[in-house]
Structures are given as structure tokens and as C-alpha cells.
Design a protein around this ligand. Structure first.
Ligand code: SAH
Length: 390
């Protein structure tokens, strides 16, 4: 399923005569050192390349003026800084922007930029589609797709950063909460974290990076050993019976296994512990009772987790409905009474279907997982794609 190609065989990347074979975004620092050596350049060229790509956000290798001319010419022929084709940008009344990007194989992904006063948070996709089949999630209806490459992960960050006003041209936080399951795309996720955290690259601390997962236990631990970034768990249910039904992954990793794993994840960084977030989508009559809240409080306390309540976002064809504001409040009160830190996520961007679980809603004429239907030009989405909130 993975589409990563080996960085040591750049020519293997080319599947189109027009596409330069090497995407410079597909290389971690160490891999780019090897690439420079294979092109008969000193290792330190990687420092220059990283600066141009990640600090200057340059896409034209000929503009990388401190590289020797001959090397630039060679790069121009053999490589490029990967870019994504922006099919559309939808801007929400609250400033959230949803980008629909077309990949080289015509697949479509979505990336959401959430600007706030002091930070620019980017919600990135990990896969085209998703294999996990969570019952309440719209992305799941696309079915399994393919993993994004390192270059495609990174391009989401650079492409959106370039669109920010010059003075604030920096993505300050990245959350892996877009389409797909990041821990299924494990190897590329690890490489992406290494590039995002590299002080010579984007230099984002582990506190600024959040990986959200439906709960793939072995991968959670493996990630903690390599990059103990912030972890968010899509919990959504407090008994195995409920969770087996809503999220089939629970049949493989039931709650007991999941919480033992989460405890181990915390133990990996005892002195610099970042609290785990339990994400809990409130669905009317399914998981929003007082008893559910009490069980959730107990689970959260067992690992000192925070809880993030997400009002269920309805989408076309959804069989569930959002809990009423009163039940959400009562649910939260139970948690607070039990001294659990509980926030209720402000549902940003839902007027443009950029909210949780709504990614992949494009309108009737598009299907991002299907190249056979995707290549036709996407209908323009701004400004008529905009919908005002009541
Ligand atoms: N696969 C990863 C990353 C997706 S993050 C994961 O499961 O964590 C997207 C978050 O939105 C997850 O917590 C997901 O469970 C939640 N979500 C999915 N559909 C939703 C919906 N309709 N309303 C609210 N939240 C939803």
C-alpha cells in the first residue's frame, strides 16, 4: 500500500516523462546527504538545500544562489521541490481554510489551515481515503486508499505556509488529524516528524506536533520510542461493546490493551510528559449518557489524560445526529466534577466541511479516491462554495 520509493534510487521515482525524477521533499536530512554524495557534491550541500527549501520556502532550484551553477543546472534537470496542485481553497467565516490538493497521480487530499492569534495550525492528511471504517466518519466512506509519501506530507506544510502573509509565513503547529490513519502510514510519518522537528528544517518542537490515531497499539509505542510527540486518541466510546461497533479497530486492540499501551507511552518520557488527549465525539443517544461520562472520567484519570469533546459533525448520508447543547454541557459537567480537564472543541470550519470527520466532502461530482472520476477539473469552490453559518 505504501508508495514510498527508495531515496537511494532516484530514477525509480519517475513514472512520467515530464516529471523530474527526484522530489527533494522526499528526503530526510541523512537521505539528502547521501543524495548530495551520489551527485558528487560535498555533504554540506544539504545544509544549503534545507535552508532554501524549509526556511526560504524556495521552489526554484535556479534561485538557490549559493549553490554552484553546475549543481543547480543538474538539479534543474533531475530534481524539483515538490509542489501540490491547488484545486480549490474554501474559506470559512471563522478564517479556517480548507485546501483541496491534487497529487501527481490525480488523487485528491484535503488540508486544513486554522489560523489563530498566535499560531497557525495545520491539519494534514496521511492517506487518500481510510481503511479503518469508523462508522461515524465521512472519510471512512471513501474506503482504503494509498499512503502519502514523505514529500506529500511535507508539501502540505510548505504549500500552505507560502500562502500566508509574509510576516507570519510559518506553520507553527501540525496536527495529523486529516484524512487517513497516520499510524498505518508509519514509516513516512516517522520521516515526516524527523523533517518537521529538524532544527535545520522546520524546527517544530514535539509539543507542537500532534498525532491522532484510532489506536494502533504497536505503532503507538514504536512512535513513542522514536518521536514522543503529543498523542491524541480517537476514543469515542467507553466500553468494548460500544467501541467494537463504532470503531472496528477496537476488535483488534480493545480498551484494556489500548490503555496499557497509553500508560507505556507516558512512561517513555516520565520527566517531560505531555498529557494524552482523548478525543470523544458526542453522538446523540449513542455515547452521550451520564454513565458514559462517568466511565470516560475513569479512563481519563487512569492515564491522567485530557478530554476533548467534539460535537458530532453531521455530513451527507450520516445516520447519527449531534448531541444537543444541553447533553454536551451535562456530559462535560460530569467530567469537570470528577476533576478531568475537559474542553469542548469549537467546531471550526464546519460551514466549509473542514471540521472533524467531514474531510472528503467535495460535492456530488468528485471522488478523491478514484482517479477515473477525479481528473476532470474540480468545480470552483470559492466564493460560491462558501456557506454562512446561521
Ligand atoms: N485516523 C486518525 C486521524 C483522524 S483525526 C484518528 O482516528 O484519530 C479525525 C478525528 O475526527 C478523529 O478523532 C475522528 O474520530 C473524528 N471524527 C470522525 N468523524 C467525525 C464526525 N463526523 N464528527 C466529529 N468527529 C469525527
Amino acid at each position: 500500500m505504501s508508495s514510498t520509493s527508495s531515496p537511494t534510487s532516484p530514477l525509480a521515482r519517475s513514472n512520467s516523462e515530464n516529471t523530474p525524477p527526484i522530489d527533494l521533499l522526499n528526503y530526510t536530512w541523512n537521505e539528502m546527504e547521501d543524495l548530495c554524495i551520489s551527485m558528487e557534491q560535498p555533504k554540506y550541500r544539504v545544509r544549503q538545500l534545507f535552508r532554501w527549501i524549509y526556511q526560504e520556502l524556495e521552489t526554484d532550484v535556479m534561485q538557490m544562489t549559493d549553490l554552484p551553477k553546475a549543481f543547480r543546472l543538474r538539479l534543474q534537470n533531475e530534481a524539483s521541490v515538490g509542489t501540490l496542485r491547488t484545486e480549490s481553497v474554501a474559506e470559512s467565516a471563522d478564517g479556517t481554510r480548507k485546501f483541496l490538493f491534487r497529487l501527481h497521480d490525480d488523487m485528491l487530499i484535503e488540508t486544513v489551515l486554522i489560523p489563530e492569534e498566535k499560531r497557525n495550525t495545520l491539519c494534514v492528511s496521511s492517506q487518500v481515503g481510510c481503511a479503518l471504517a469508523c462508522k461515524f466518519c465521512y472519510t471512512a466512506s471513501l474506503g482504503p486508499g494509498r499512503n502519502l509519501t514523505l514529500g506529500e506530507y511535507i508539501a502540505q506544510v510548505l504549500e500552505t505556509a507560502r500562502l500566508l502573509p509574509e510576516a507570519e509565513r510559518k506553520i507553527t503547529n501540525v496536527v495529523f488529524m486529516g484524512m487517513g490513519e497516520p499510524l498505518i502510514n508509519f514509516d513516512n510519518l516517522m520521516k515526516t516528524l524527523s523533517v518537521l522537528m529538524d532544527h535545520r528544517g522546520l524546527h517544530l518542537g514535539r509539543r507542537r506536533l500532534t498525532v491522532s490515531t484510532a489506536g494502533l497499539c504497536p505503532q503507538i509505542l514504536k512512535m513513542g520510542q522514536q518521536f514522543p510527540v503529543r498523542l491524541a486518541i480517537s476514543l469515542h466510546a467507553t466500553t468494548d461493546e460500544q467501541r467494537d461497533d463504532l470503531m472496528p479497530i477496537n476488535q483488534r486492540y480493545p480498551l484494556k490493551t489500548l490503555f496499557e499501551t497509553l500508560q507505556k507511552y507516558c512512561d517513555l518520557t516520565p520527566t517531560h510528559r505531555l498529557p494524552i488527549t482523548l478525543e470523544y465525539t458526542l453522538i446523540a443517544g449513542i455515547n452521550d449518557s451520564k454513565l458514559d461520562a462517568q466511565r470516560l472520567a475513569k479512563l481519563a484519570r487512569s492515564i491522567q489524560a485530557k478530554v476533548n469533546l467534539i460535537p458530532y459533525n453531521e455530513h451527507p448520508g450520516a445516520t447519527y445526529t449531534r448531541s444537543s447543547p444541553k447533553s454536551i454541557e451535562q456530559f462535560r459537567d460530569v467530567l469537570l466534577e470528577k476533576h478531568i480537564r475537559a474542553t469542548c472543541r469549537i467546531t471550526r470550519g464546519d460551514d466549509i466541511y473542514a471540521a472533524c470527520g467531514q474531510l472528503a466532502i467535495h460535492g456530488p461530482s468528485e471522488n478523491p479516491t478514484s482517479p477515473s472520476t477525479a481528473p476532470k477539473p474540480a468545480p470552483p469552490r470559492t466564493p460560491h462554495h462558501r456557506r454562512r453559518r446561521n
